[in-house]
Design a protein around this ligand. Sequence first.
Ligand code: FAD
Length: 508
Amino acid sequence: MAKSIIIVGGGTAGWMTAAYLARMLATSTPGGARITVVESEDFGIIGVGEGTFPSIRKTLGRIGLAEADLIRSANATFKQGIAFVNWRSTGSAGPDRYFHPFQIADQGSGLDLLPYWLAGAASGQDWASASNVQMRVADAYRAPKLITHPEYAGPLNYAYHFDAVAFAGLLRSRAIEQGVTHVFDTIDNVTMAPTGEIESLVGRKTGRLTADLYVDCTGFRAQLIGQAMGVPFKSFKSQLFTNRAVAIQVPYDDPAAPIPSYTKAVAQTNGWIWDIGLQERRGTGYVYSSDHTSDEAAEACLRTYIGHAADDLPSRILKFEAGYREVQWKKNCVAVGLSAGFIEPLEATGIGFAEIAGVILAALFPWSDQCDSGAEQFNAQMRERYAHVIDFIKLHYCVSNRRDTDFWLDNINPGSISDGLRDRLEQWKYRAPSFIDVDLKHDIFTEHNWQYVLYGMGYKTILGDRIAALRYFDEARAEFQEIQKQAEYALTIMPEHRSLVELVRRQG
Ligand code: FAD
């Protein structure tokens, strides 16, 4: 008999999982898994989550959503990375800005350029701009692709910024087209079998609902995995202190203004501000620690950052805690999205985690009667990923030289840094992060990401005697010059970002 799945929750996680599973588990075909999404009208979706990671392109392609539809219907723009401002130190004489591009360092000549860069072969350029063209393209308000490139592909790696509510709506339409059943109802109760499985859900309007597998996409409520099944949440607030955000959406003064194709992450006294350019507005928010500042002070800081444009605009406060559930699939219940865990929005990993969970769930889907056959593997894979992302996010805070407030001082307290990260930071004093530091099967961030952030933050790696072994200095220098030539060329051919977005919209 066909397997049945009920997904509770109609946010990005719920609808993305529904649309993905519908494609992968052949919902529209007889014998495929039957999927129902139950979405409450009483509780809205979180409505933030506007920045993504390049993996989203593959996910949306597999879901069968056209890139042009995303641009048209979700207010979407292209994202080529993150510009970090004021993270290195306070009151530094020079510009305090570095770029974390999605494009990996150029490897055209087969030469590992990083040691040569560390040894000074790139004439004082920072690592991101010396090693590939993307920063210069993004800084010139250029797009990562031409209109003639196929959907979800281009010469430069990219993701998107979009309106979270519109995105969930788009995924919903796609999932329903794929045969997913949609029910508006609030689940008031979850009944449990004596064996510890979910027996049924009780909807306020629909009454008793049953399925072979239940997917908890209820966001921070975690109604199934947390409240009903009692799976604990493991907090990492002792490492990552931010636990609130105040968000304001800001319309453009000039609707034709150029749109940056990167997220701006601007460090503040007690956290950082995100600034994201959509087609018709900016999304901004101050992510802060409530142990270090008040909601009022945080909001005042965000309003000062935005300026007069924020004067009459409403704000929203969101509360969270860094952490995740070590068990995300228990018996016949799988948690995906915020119910499974959340780190913090720096580096925009929230939607990425939901994507990965959907992909692994489809691969391990229990077609047999044993509903938790894939649980152990799923849990192990997700645990690893969360743990590694926590270290990567912590890196941004703990290598900073900001000492202006307790927030930044607490962040360099060795007790707030995992043993693994401390050990690697010690090693990276004498060697650069490399493939041996990452697990390609589990890591969202590869050595390239670690390198961009570490060296963007001004971390010093001493090559010592290794300098004598760098025998291809001239080739490396020529390669760095070649990358600059390629950047000049890219600036002549890549379209202006807003123009490309508008062209895609018009072509519909
Ligand atoms: P929600 O959007 O909260 O959806 C929960 C759903 O469950 C809703 O439809 C609700 O109605 C339903 N529901 C709840 N209880 C019931 C019930 N009893 N019965 C029926 N339905 C129910 N991620 C990124 O990738 N990039 C970012 O830039 C980013 N920024 C963020 C900034 C902040 C401040 C925060 C807090 C998060 C951010 N995230 C970001 C995370 C991102 O928002 C989420 O990962 C993503 O939106 C998925 O949320 P969700 O679907 O799990 O939960």
